[in-house]
Design a protein around this ligand. Structure first.
Ligand code: ADP
Length: 320
């Protein structure tokens, strides 16, 4: 059966009560301490646990040269259905086709009797979600820095016919130099024919574009990522997502009716506000393009720092 997070991802209308996390009975056995790609005689030593998602657990591993990597492990028991296999193969096919400085690099994939393994670039510093929890909100220069990198990665994906469809703070990882690495291609879609529209309702409630939920006949395309970037920008500056409420159905109503506020106690510049408002345009055809966002006064006339100091993990940097 699909795990709670998968179910949440797959359905527009989520199950009524939040489902419990996987309990110990359903937690699969750990992968071996030494993970071996038999075909290529490559060994990876499992050195730590990084996190778990919908259907994968992610470990830190070291190859024989000592290079540290992340290793995403999917148990074969979770791949019994054709649908689960198709989904994983799609993720692998899409992710391995991408190479960009702001996208988690896909190294390799292989299997043993029990698991499928994907080795990925290791992101040492957690996600923007973890960092936002510590910082509560970001300064505008930091938001510009992150936005420029996210848009760069997104523009690259789109020019390779890939829609990510799950851009959110938790999928934006940071490397040791505070650069963005977009990860988790589990919901990504490849547009194989120009003009093709996607119909599957998927995403994470707070970040879903209105056309995914409410224009199911017509479908959706690349513009859904732009919408998520608007939600990300708002969240970076205000500290919580714009349409957030406890009740998921109410989130969807707010997304449909474009209801969100700029709280008076969190001052943001007029340019930032205008940028968010223009990105969160309900009609995907009227939404700005990625290049238009880059050319907007928020980015173009504001300070874009050349790098973010490591101290920013815990305290706002002073950009002048
Ligand atoms: P799923 O596709 O099952 O949702 P994710 O790709 O989101 O799995 O990974 C689950 C968790 O593992 C993430 O939230 C993160 O904590 C960790 N993780 C994933 N990829 C990496 C990576 N490249 N480097 C470091 N940690 C990672």
């Amino acid at each position: 059966a699909p795990s709670p997070k998968q179910q949440e991802k797959a359905k527009a209308t989520p199950p009524d009560p939040p489902l419990p996390r996987q309990n110990s009975k359903t937690t699969p056995p750990s992968p071996p301490k030494v993970i071996t790609d038999k075909n290529r005689v490559v060994e990876y030593h499992r050195v730590g646990f990084l996190g778990e998602g919908g259907f994968a657990r992610v470990y830190e591993v070291r190859d024989i040269r000592g290079t540290r990597l992340a290793c995403k492990v999917v148990t074969k028991t979770s791949l019994k259905t054709k649908k689960a296999k198709t989904k994983l193969y799609a993720e692998i096919k899409i992710h391995r086709s991408l190479a960009h400085p702001n996208i988690v690099r896909f190294h390799d994939c292989f299997e043993d009797d029990d698991n499928v393994y994907m080795t990925l670039e290791l992101c040492h510093s957690g996600s923007l979600m973890d960092m936002l929890r510590r910082r509560r909100r970001f300064t505008e220069p930091e938001a510009r820095f992150f936005l420029v990198q996210i848009i760069g990665a997104c523009h690259y994906m789109h020019s390779h016919q890939v829609i990510h469809r799950d851009l959110k703070l938790g999928n934006l990882f940071l490397d040791a130099n505070m650069n963005i690495k977009v990860g988790d291609f589990g919901l990504a879609a490849l547009i194989e024919n120009p003009g093709e529209r996607k119909k599957t309702i998927c995403g994470t409630p707070n970040y879903i574009a209105p056309e995914v939920l409410f224009d199911t006949a017509n479908g959706h395309s690349f513009e859904v990522d732009t919408w998520s970037i608007g939600v990300i920008l708002y969240t970076l500056l205000i500290g919580r997502p714009p349409f957030q409420t406890k009740d998921v159905k109410e989130i969807y109503t707010r997304i449909r009716d474009n209801i969100y506020e700029f709280p008076a106690d969190r001052r943001i510049s007029a340019d930032a506000r205008e940028s968010i408002q223009s990105i969160l345009t309900p009609d995907p055809q009227k939404r700005p393009t990625l290049l238009e966002i880059i050319a907007s006064s928020f980015i173009d006339l504001g300070v874009v720092p050349p790098f973010i100091p490591l101290s920013a993990h815990d305290a706002p940097p002073d950009f002048r």
